[in-house]
Design a protein around this ligand. Structure first.
Ligand code: SAH
Ligand code: SF4
Ligand code: F3S
Length: 487
C-alpha cells in the first residue's frame, strides 16, 4: 500500500483512533496547512492559466450540508473562486449513504465528471462524506473510477487543508478514511448559503443503532460538543449577521451524554435563543424516546424557539418498531404528540416513515396509516426501506415483495398528503412572522419567507426584505405552501 493510502478496515464496531492531535493543536496545524495550500493553489492557477474555481456538491442531510459549508470555507480561504457549476477546476462530492439511491446518484454523476475531466485533464475530483466510510465503496472507486484524485471520510474532514495539499503534491489518488475519532475540531472558516442563517453542530455520530440505519457506522459514536463552545460559536455567528440558527445532531435530545457537568439540551436551546441578535432557533433531529417534558416546556416558554418539531416515527406498528430497535410503541408516540400539542398548540409536527422494513406486513403498514391519520402530521418524508450492508436489518428475511411494498408506499403517501393538505388548509387566514429567505424563483415581484412552523409563504416584496422578519397574513393555501400579504 503506498503512502497516500490510509484506510481503516471494515471492522465497523471497534472503536480505535488513528494518529490524532488534541483539538487545539490540530486546528493550528490546519491553519498552517492552509497557508501552504494557498501557494499550491496559486501554482495550480498558473498551470491552468486562470483563477482556479471550486464546486462543492452536497448529497445528504443538514449535517452533511453543514460539512459542505466548512469545505467551502477552506476552499475560499485557499484562493479558489466558488461556483455551483461542476465544470469547475476542482469538484468535491460530499456524499450520503443512508439509502442506496444516494449512492447510485453519486456513481451516475461521477460518469459525467469523468467526461468533463477528459476535456480538461487538469481538473481535480474529490469525494468525501458518509458513503466513503464504506469499504466496498472505496474498492469500487479505486477499480472503476480511477480518475478520482482524493477520497476521505467523515472523521477527518477537519484535515481538509492538509489533504488538499497532499492531493496537489501527489500524482496518485489520495485515500484517507478513518474508522472513528475522539476529537472534535470545529475551528473552521465556513461559507454560508444564506448570510442570515446557519446550522450549528451540537453533537456528532449516533449511538442508537436503529436496525435499518447505517449512520452510526459511518458517523461513529455519539460525541457532544461543550455548550460553552457551541454558545461561543452562536455568538460569533450572531455578530456576523446570523439571526437564525439550527442546532444539529442525529438525536439532539440526548445532548451532553458522557460530558461531565454539561447542561441539558433544553437548557442549551434556551441559552442559544438568548444570545444577542438571535431571533429564531431550530433543531434537528429529535428521537421520540428521549423527548423530555423539560424540552416541551422550554419550547412553549419562548417564541424564539421554532414552532416546528421533526419527530421521526418510522412506523406505526409495535412489532416493526421493536424490530427497528426504536424503544417506543404506537401508543407512546401518540401520547407524546398529544402532550406536545396540548402545551404548544401552534406547533407543526413532521416525521419520517419507512415502508418495506424486512419484517413489515401489509397489516403493519395499515397501523402506520392509522398513526398518520391520528397525528395529522403537517408533513412526512416517506422512504422505501433500503438494505444497508452491515446493519442487522439487512440480513432479516423479507415479508413483502417489491410490488406489495410499492402498493403500500402509495397507500401511505396518499394518507400523508391528505393530512398535510388539511393541516395546511387549516392555517389559511392566520398570521405569523416570516424570515424572508430569497426572491420568489418564479415571480420576482414576490419574496419567499419561512414561518416559525417551517411553512413557506410567498408575498409581495423586494430584495431589501431578505434576511428580515416580516409579519404576514396567510391569505391563500396552495397545498403545502401559502400566498400571503404583509400586515
Ligand atoms: N437521526 C434521525 C434520522 C437520520 S436518517 C432520526 O433518527 O430521527 C433520516 C431518515 O432516513 C430516517 O429517519 C429514516 O426514516 C430514513 N432511513 C434511514 N435508514 C434508512 C434505510 N435503510 N432505508 C430507508 N430509509 C432509511
Ligand atoms: Fe439512524 Fe436511528 Fe441514529 Fe437516527 S437515531 S441516525 S435513524 S440509528
Ligand atoms: Fe446521509 Fe450521512 Fe446524513 S448517511 S443522512 S449524509 S449522516
Amino acid at each position: 500500500m503506498d503512502s497516500n493510502f490510509r484506510f481503516c478496515d471494515a471492522d465497523y464496531k471497534s472503536y480505535t483512533n488513528t494518529d490524532e492531535l488534541p483539538a487545539g493543536q490540530e486546528a493550528l496545524l490546519q491553519k498552517n496547512e492552509t497557508e501552504r495550500l494557498k501557494s499550491l493553489v496559486k501554482e495550480y492557477g498558473e498551470k491552468l492559466g486562470h483563477e482556479p474555481s471550486a464546486c462543492v456538491v452536497t448529497f445528504g442531510c443538514q449535517m452533511n450540508a453543514r460539512d459542505s459549508e466548512k469545505l467551502t470555507g477552506v476552499l475560499e480561504a485557499a484562493g479558489f473562486k466558488l461556483t455551483e457549476d461542476e465544470e469547475a477546476d476542482f469538484v468535491i462530492y460530499n456524499t450520503c449513504t443512508v439509502r442506496d439511491n444516494a449512492n447510485t446518484r453519486v456513481y451516475g454523476r461521477l460518469g459525467h465528471l469523468h467526461s468533463l475531466k477528459d476535456k480538461a485533464p487538469l481538473k481535480k475530483i474529490a469525494l468525501c462524506g458518509c458513503m466513503m466510510q464504506e469499504p466496498s465503496v472505496i474498492d469500487t472507486i479505486l477499480k472503476k473510477y480511477r480518475f478520482v484524485d482524493m477520497i476521505f471520510g467523515t472523521h477527518n474532514i477537519y484535515k481538509f487543508p492538509e489533504l488538499l495539499c497532499r492531493m496537489f503534491e501527489s500524482d496518485e489518488t489520495v485515500v484517507d478514511v478513518w474508522k472513528d475519532t475522539k476529537e472534535i475540531v470545529e475551528d473552521f472558516p465556513s461559507v454560508r448559503k444564506y448570510p442570515f442563517k446557519s446550522g450549528v453542530n451540537i453533537m456528532f455520530g449516533c449511538d442508537n443503532f436503529c436496525t435499518y440505519c447505517i449512520v452510526p457506522y459511518v458517523r461513529g459514536r455519539e460525541r457532544s460538543r461543550r455548550s460553552s463552545e457551541i454558545l461561543a460559536e452562536i455568538e460569533r455567528l450572531a455578530s456576523d449577521g446570523v439571526s437564525e440558527v439550527m442546532l444539529l445532531g442525529q438525536n439532539v435530545n440526548s445532548y451532553g451524554k458522557g460530558l461531565e457537568g454539561e447542561i441539558s439540551f433544553p437548557e442549551l436551546l434556551k441559552k442559544a435563543s438568548e444570545v444577542d441578535g438571535i431571533e429564531r432557533v431550530r433543531f434537528m433531529t429529535s428521537h421520540p424516546k428521549d423527548l423530555s417534558d423539560e424540552l416541551i416546556e422550554t419550547i412553549a416558554s419562548s417564541q424564539k424557539i421554532s414552532r416546528h418539531l421533526h419527530l421521526p416515527v418510522q412506523s406505526g406498528s409495535d412489532e416493526v418498531l421493536k424490530a427497528m430497535n426504536r424503544h417506543y410503541t404506537h401508543e407512546d408516540y401518540l401520547k407524546l404528540v398529544e402532550k406536545i400539542k396540548k402545551a404548544i398548540p401552534d406547533i407543526a409536527i413532521t416525521t419520517d416513515l419507512i415502508v418495506g422494513f424486512p419484517t413489515e406486513t401489509k397489516e403493519d403498514v395499515s397501523r402506520t396509516i392509522d398513526l398518520v391519520n391520528e397525528v395529522h402530521f403537517d408533513n412526512a418524508f416517506t422512504f422505501i426501506y433500503s438494505p444497508r450492508t452491515g446493519t442487522p436489518a439487512a440480513s432479516m428475511p423479507r415479508a413483502m415483495t417489491d410490488e406489495e411494498i410499492s402498493a403500500c408506499f402509495n397507500r401511505l403517501l396518499g394518507a400523508v398528503q391528505e393530512n398535510a393538505r388539511s393541516a395546511a388548509a387549516a392555517l389559511t387566514g392566520s398570521t405569523g412572522v416570516a424570515l424572508v429567505e430569497e426572491l420568489d424563483e418564479k415571480d420576482p415581484s414576490l419574496v419567499t419567507g419561512r414561518l416559525s412552523n417551517n411553512y413557506l409563504v410567498h408575498f409581495p416584496g423586494d430584495e431589501s426584505l431578505i434576511g428580515k422578519y416580516i409579519n404576514v397574513k396567510l391569505t391563500e393555501n396552495k397545498g403545502f405552501y401559502f400566498i400571503g400579504e404583509r400586515i
